[in-house]
Design a protein around this ligand. Sequence first.
Ligand SMILES: Nc1ncnc2c1ncn2[C@@H]1O[C@H](COP(=O)(O)OP(=O)(O)OP(=O)(O)O)[C@@H](O)[C@H]1O
Length: 274
Amino acid sequence: MAEVEHMERPVADGSGKAGDVIIRARGLTVGFGESNILDGLDIDIYRGEVLGVVGGSGTGKSVLLRTLVGLLPRRAGAVEMFGVDIDTASREEQRAVERRWGILFQQGALFSSLTVKQNIQVPMREHLHLPQSLMDELAELKIGMVGLRPDAADKYPSELSGGMIKRAALARALALDPDLVFLDEPTSGLDPIGAAEFDDLISKLRDTLGLTVFMVTHDLDSLFSICDRVAALGNKRILVAGDLKTVIENPDPWIQEYFRGKRARGVAARISRS
Ligand SMILES: Nc1ncnc2c1ncn2[C@@H]1O[C@H](COP(=O)(O)OP(=O)(O)OP(=O)(O)O)[C@@H](O)[C@H]1O
């Protein structure tokens, strides 16, 4: 496989940070019908970071996530994951890359006719050839890892609370022991306590598993408490990416309203006190 494990690359986002880039996207243009949602977008994701992607409603955050994982076609641009150019890679190389990431969709997107354990085993069945008993053990391990009780294994999604669905979906995202997880609004729909617990879980998994996290979020608490870097999407591109301080200093009106508005000041004050 034409894989470069350790890439040191300059960054196009103006953050000035150089390091181990595991996703490098350049010139992404994605659209539907006549209009482009993303146009010439560049973004880098560094190994081991939690990157929070923010932006106004409908700016294309989920579209960006889906494009990076290959669920939406690009009109232009290139994506390199783990040093592999997705467009020129063989099918075998693409599948090897696919095994290295997991995804938690908005609302969890669990299969309603499958139990939690069976949901977690869907990616295992697709990518691994393991006996059922071993897949059962692995699924139980993932269930414990995300803080669900063992009896959740045989429950159906309709029997779970919103927080349990998110955890089960995270367990499925972790099924193949990925290096990278994509999370689409992981705390949306959770109450503040559930959201804070979910943030703690993501942070703990990042530390213990060495995960890299690409997280689309509207949740200011998550941004302030667990994100190492933030990328703000607007005008079909990344307006700014960097640490919170860098992003907050950007004069873009949406960024100013979002990070310096009343709600943001409350969150910042609360977090600085804790
Ligand atoms: N499959 C699709 N077909 C047509 N238009 C789409 C499709 N998917 C997304 N869009 C459009 O792309 C735009 C961006 O959508 P996207 O879901 O990425 O926004 P977002 O930034 O994640 O918004 P939100 O924060 O509200 O979830 C929207 O105008 C949406 O209607």
